[in-house]
Design a protein around this ligand. Structure first.
Ligand SMILES: NC(=O)c1ccc[n+]([C@@H]2O[C@H](COP(=O)([O-])OP(=O)(O)OC[C@H]3O[C@@H](n4cnc5c(N)ncnc54)[C@H](O)[C@@H]3O)[C@@H](O)[C@H]2O)c1
Ligand SMILES: [Zn+2]
Ligand SMILES: [Zn+2]
Length: 367
């Protein structure tokens, strides 16, 4: 069949929206009509030549849709089911899947630029198109692994389902699964975009007493206060770590999060943590942008520096929890989604992301 998709042919040039050929689903795969796709900075890293995958590629890894057709052997979903799409397709058998870390699945990682069987579903003539995260959801339709589909209720709405597919699970999970923020903690979140706002909401859910939003955009800081931040710090205008120490009675924060993706902001989050504090890195810096951490302070101040991928989540069970938290009014995803776009407007959507427009943009129209 044909599908209209946004193609990255070359870094630092606009995505091209055009018609591609899409193969039918093979065994263990599902054809999904994409309902919504979020504008996440992880796609931008490839567009800007900061991260690399074979090109041409169809990006989009924060998505949702409705199952249109299933391939052979599918039992967990059927045509008509709304699904959240997981940007990691766990194999269920590798070391990391069997120890309960499906977000780190080796088989998914070793086939990171193809489908699980090493082949492609999107083509044009002889050219194959890399499907980002096996989802390629900047497209009207996509063929995805069955294991990438997390069924969700119709009442959720496909825009909310899409953001649960990345920024919500990543951000809330960073606070509750990875850092394990506890009631009464002081938290600093460096970078309050789509993912960082979810770290703020996760810290609030965990009962943090201070949640310090740190961002160079005044708009992002004001917006973060609506999601539970108690203080705002602009490191473009003041000494960020110094101000965080002031707010926390001279100590530094118990938990800090880096949610932009640069060596400089990793170092800032590290400096903002108190002795014995935990620094959790969520953002993905450009390849080769390496933070410089003073190992002596790491030892003498007993800091913990850790990374978290996909909110260190149990994807199939944590995403339904995020759905319930939204349905119960404990995660404000309606306020999080600030902009809707047509697929044809995808380059403007990324320009808005880079201009620092607040909240999350989502593509909701694909016709
Ligand atoms: N670990 C994971 O599994 C995972 C998942 C999704 C996204 N990510 C990464 O998380 C990062 C954030 O993604 P996003 O979609 O929220 O991006 P975003 O563009 O929506 O938000 C980034 C925020 O950082 C702010 N910022 C920029 N420079 C800053 C500085 N020097 N100091 C403080 N704040 C600064 C921006 O103003 C913006 O508000 C990206 O690197 C993305 O690739 C990681
Ligand atoms: Zn993402
Ligand atoms: Zn696995």
């Amino acid at each position: 069949m044909k599908t209209k998709a946004a193609v990255l042919y070359e870094a630092n040039s606009p995505l091209v929206v055009e018609e591609l050929d899409l193969d039918p689903p093979k065994e263990g795969e599902v054809l999904v009509k994409i309902g919504a796709a979020g504008i996440c900075r992880s796609d931008w890293h490839y567009m800007a030549g900061e991260s690399f995958m074979p090109l041409p590629a169809v990006l989009g890894h924060e998505g949702s849709g409705v199952v249109e057709e299933v391939g052979p052997g599918i039992t967990s979903v059927k045509a008509g089911d709304p699904v959240i799409l997981s940007f990691v397709s766990r194999c269920g058998r590798c070391h990391f899947c069997t120890i309960g870390r499906p977000n780190l699945c080796d088989v998914h990682m070793s086939t990171s630029t193809t489908m699980l069987d090493g082949t492609y579903r999107l083509h044009k003539g002889d050219t194959n198109f890399t499907p980002m995260s096996k989802l390629a959801c900047f497209s009207q339709y996509s063929v995805v692994p069955e294991v990438a589909c997390v069924p969700c209720p119709k009442e959720l709405g496909l825009d909310k389902a899409a953001v649960i597919g990345c920024c919500v699970t990543t951000g809330v999970g960073a606070a509750v699964n990875a850092a394990k923020v506890e009631p009464g903690a002081a938290v600093a979140v460096v970078g309050c975009g789509g993912v960082g706002l979810n770290v703020v909401m996760g810290a609030k859910l965990a009962g943090a007493r201070q949640i310090i939003a740190v961002d160079i955009s005044e708009g992002a800081l004001e917006f973060a206060m609506q999601f539970g931040a108690t203080h705002a710090v602009n490191p473009g205008q003041q000494d960020g770590p110094g101000r965080v120490r002031e707010i926390t009675g001279g100590l530094g924060a118990d938990y800090t999060f880096e949610v932009f993706g640069s060596a400089e902001t990793v170092e800032m989050a590290y400096d903002m943590a108190r002795k014995g504090g935990t620094v959790t890195v969520v953002g993905i810096p450009a390849d080769g942008d390496v933070p410089s951490i003073d190992a002596v302070s790491l030892v003498r101040q007993e800091k913990t520096l850790k990374g978290t991928y996909y909110g260190s989540a149990q994807l199939q069970s944590d995403m339904p929890r995020m759905v319930d938290l939204y349905m119960n009014g404990q995660l404000d995803l309606d306020a999080l989604i600030t902009r809707n776009y047509h697929l044809d407007e995808i380059n403007e959507a990324y320009a808005d992301l880079n201009r620092g427009e607040v909240g999350r943009g989502v593509i909701t129209r694909f016709d």
